[in-house]
Write a protein that binds this ligand. Sequence first.
Ligand code: PRP
Ligand code: URA
Length: 212
Amino acid sequence: MYDGRVVVVDHPMVQHKLSILRDARTSSMQFRELVRELAMFEAYEATRDLPLEDAVVQTPLATAWCKTISGKKLAIVPILRAGLGMVDGVLQLIPAARVGHLGMYRDESTHKPVPYYAKLPEDIASRAVLVVDPMLATGGSAISAVRYLREQGVSGTLKVMVIVAAPQGIEALLAADDDLVIYTCSVDDGLNDDAYIVPGLGDAGDRIFGTK
Ligand code: PRP
Ligand code: URA
């Protein structure tokens, strides 16, 4: 399904943490921590195909023929606000990555994204990019982010890391860009009349920042 362009991270630890994340009783403090941890696990999967080059290391005993990561440098691009909650988890795995920010919110009646901020590393066009946002609902926000990144010259495979995705968002996002892979912890049932993911986990931004 989805021609290998969607990776569901189904590790037991991930699925266990996702269950707690979904629970309406989970506090903002715990929610934030879980989003950070899930982002780190997902980043592990999303970096599985990074190219390696040979390296020679002198251990205390002998010469070791090793591998180190090569290829393009990485940039993490969170979609504000909720994507911010995933940044530290990814940075734990890739501390040298640069971070760009794309701000947008969904209009409550049209459900379309309204962009309000963009700040990317100057050399974004030469970097491999991981877009992070916990929720992929209609796909509008992620599509807007991907289009903007392509306009800024980002080339090659774009990776979009979410925590919960709706089938509608997955299909729309895959159709919007030919060279993109989605990482998610779950593909949920669908969307409700307010374009919220069902069963989902509610409003990710509000739960991360305690604004409701
Ligand atoms: C949420 C979420 C995504 C978007 C997903 O953000 O974090 O960015 O909605 O919906 P879509 O796939 O239908 O575009 P929201 O607009 O609520 O803003 P916030 O992160 O500032 O709360
Ligand atoms: N944004 C969220 O935070 N949650 C959803 O279910 C849909 C959009």
